[in-house]
Design a protein. Structure first.
Length: 531
């Protein structure tokens, strides 16, 4: 009896010690978690370092580097930047939940620091990237689908002499424009004179946009003030001219180009709402390269595209602005590994069939596409689009699997509402027409589909093959759909002029000839598996 009690006491004693160890370990883990910085996924992790060494050129004499180890053990090398007055910063945006470790140091071995942070969930918008379900579409991290509605704006957007964010007495035109933009459901801007000022009369000349080259931390701070506002508004930013814009100020020496890219990415690469572009507009257009302000050869763009891709730790979407001929003869970069987004200019036509063919023939199944200068109302280089053209062309562009970048102009790309962003110059009817189409398109599961011209005659098809099909026909007539599945499908007609007008269609199997309703104009055929 005595031995039995002693044995029970020993067991309880050791169980107590074991439980105590577990509690101490749990408390230690919680303390480590509590002491680590908490950073939301795709949001900013930033810290500052001071370095009082006397550098004659802090942009070139020393480099701040950081090695990050993600929760899966993968190592990433990133860079910090000089921010004036002996102050240096590191900015990073994590894309994996869990604990990240890091070690940062200067290239002259001064001020070595190490630490960690914990990446947690976020309700804020994720990073712009390929759609995680279907890379045919552009998307955002953590979102099942995202419909991008893009508008082109002119060279003054970042100019301090148009709207100084620190001066409330200048009328705040940028704020008024952005309020209008969001009221009209736009969530993406193509911005001219962004990284570089397009120094041409009637374009960027005279507008005091941030001068990012030669490197100047104060100029970058001006840019970041406005980018912060765009991030808070969840507006995606497409830099029309990219890093090496036509008629812009940027380095010609290869070593200096690398410095310029590294510094820019170190400062703004953490933004989840940005897209990167090598160059634009039309960097490959044939002509006198000196007189046209630095147009590039094919191998220049290839080299710089690979360089930007290798230095971009955040894996942003990366593209280059193509000229109009690329739509007819092919996107030269479509299969390059660094090239994430196909940016097409055109075709500029009143014919939906010609528009569709030009777009779908430049598609890569695993890359999204951007119709950059394809539908610019009022632009002098485009045909005169009527309201019907705008509506039918947007349907055609969407059924081609493209994001539309619309322009509201009265001349060149720096004219009209897109150029001035003055609400008095806005053709509101144009935007209302487009929004009605976008609103309907957002209701369908387009993110699960791809463009499939091979499945039909007489229309433009988006298909999740074997499950669901949407076919747009720009005029009344016949649609032949080829179904190579044993399933029974239902169908219905959607009036493209009034998507609330929905009419039942036949139940079908395999190949079938459909005929649009006799009234109306353009129609959408919806075919889906019968439950």
């Amino acid at each position: 009896m005595k031995n039995s009690l002693l044995l029970k006491f020993k067991n309880l004693f050791f169980c107590g010690i074991f439980l105590g160890i577990i509690l101490i370990s749990f408390w230690a883990c919680q303390k480590e978690r509590k002491d680590s910085a908490l950073v939301e996924i795709y949001q900013l992790f930033e810290f500052s370092l001071e370095n009082y060494n006397n550098y004659s050129d802090p942009y070139r004499d020393v480099e701040l580097q950081i090695e990050l180890i993600d929760p899966d053990g993968k190592k990433l090398l990133h860079y910090g930047f000089y921010d004036g007055d002996n102050n240096w910063k590191i900015r990073f945006s994590p894309d994996k939940k869990g604990t990240w470790e890091f070690q940062a140091w200067f290239s002259d071995k001064s001020n070595i620091i190490s630490g960690s942070f914990h990446c947690i969930d976020s309700e804020k918008p994720g990073r712009v990237m390929k759609n995680e379900i279907n890379p045919f579409w552009l998307g955002k991290g953590g979102e099942e689908k995202t419909l991008f509605r893009s508008l082109h704006v002119g060279d003054r957007f970042f100019a301090i002499n148009w709207d100084d964010p620190s001066n409330d007495s200048d009328g705040n035109p940028r704020t008024k424009f952005l309020d209008w933009l969001q009221d009209n459901k736009y969530n993406m801007l193509s911005i001219a004179s962004h990284y570089t000022n397009r120094d041409q009369r009637g374009r960027g000349r005279g507008w005091e946009t941030p001068m990012l080259w030669p490197l100047n931390y104060e100029e970058y701070q001006k840019l970041e003030t406005i980018l912060d506002d765009l991030k808070e508004r969840d507006i995606t930013v497409f830099p029309f001219a990219g890093f090496f814009g036509v008629s812009g100020s940027w380095p010609k020496d290869h070593k200096e180009q690398k410095l310029y890219i590294k510094y820019t990415l170190a400062r703004i690469g953490h933004y989840p709402n940005i897209i990167l572009s090598v160059s634009g507009p039309e960097p490959l257009i044939f002509g006198n390269r000196e007189s046209m302000g630095g147009n590039m050869r094919f191998d220049d763009i290839q080299r710089l595209g690979c360089l930007i891709d290798s230095l971009d730790i955040h894996n942003h979407v990366l593209t280059v602005h193509n000229e109009t001929m690329a739509t007819k003869y092919g996107d030269l970069f479509i299969d390059e590994s660094w090239y994430t987004l196909s940016t097409m200019q055109g075709p500029k036509t009143l014919n939906p069939e010609q528009l569709y063919v030009g777009l779908v023939s430049n598609r890569n199944r695993y890359k999204p596409a951007y119709a950059q200068e394809t539908l610019w109302g009022g632009n002098m280089y485009h045909p005169k689009y009527t309201s019907e053209h705008l509506r039918k062309h947007l349907y055609t562009i969407l059924f081609s699997g493209y994001i539309l970048n619309f322009g509201d102009m009265n001349g060149d790309s720096s004219s009209g509402f897109s150029g001035s962003m003055d609400l008095n110059e806005c053709y509101q009817e144009r935007h209302d027409i487009l929004n009605k189409v976008w609103d309907w398109f957002e209701t369908i599961p387009f993110h699960q589909m791809t463009s499939r011209y091979d499945l039909i005659y007489g229309g433009f098809c988006l298909a999740n093959e074997g499950k669901e099909y949407y076919i747009y026909r720009e005029s009344k007539g016949k649609i032949t759909l080829f179904l190579d599945y044993p399933n029974t499908f239902k169908s219905r007609w959607i009036n493209a002029q009034n998507p609330e007008d929905i009419r039942p269609g036949p139940r079908i199997k395999r190949k079938y000839d459909f005929f649009t309703p006799e009234d109306g104009d353009d129609w959408i055929l919806h075919v889906f598996v019968s439950q």
